[in-house]
Design a protein around this ligand. Structure first.
Ligand SMILES: [Zn+2]
Length: 78
């Protein structure tokens, strides 16, 4: 269950403390996830950044960031 802080939070507006890193910050992907869509492979962060399963990202200003982590999940580390 999410707290009521999340319910009306718009992307780009932090209503909690500590505030998330901004979309332009180096650690922007450390922001809180406000909307998760695992079936589609992406999540919306509190700062408006969309992060994909393969670590690719779309920033609120429309810029895209290529996946920066090798997707080696299929290698079967188990
Ligand atoms: Zn936030």
């Amino acid at each position: 269950m999410y707290s009521s802080t999340i319910s009306s939070t718009m992307p780009g507006t932090c209503q909690h403390v500590p505030a998330c890193p901004s979309a332009n910050a180096a650690d922007h992907d450390a922001a809180r996830v406000v909307s998760r869509h695992p079936e589609q492979g992406w999540s919306l962060l509190c700062n408006g950044v969309v992060v994909f399963e393969d670590t690719g990202e779309i920033l609120p200003d429309g810029r895209t960031i290529a996946p920066h982590r090798p997707s080696c999940r299929l290698a079967g580390a188990a």
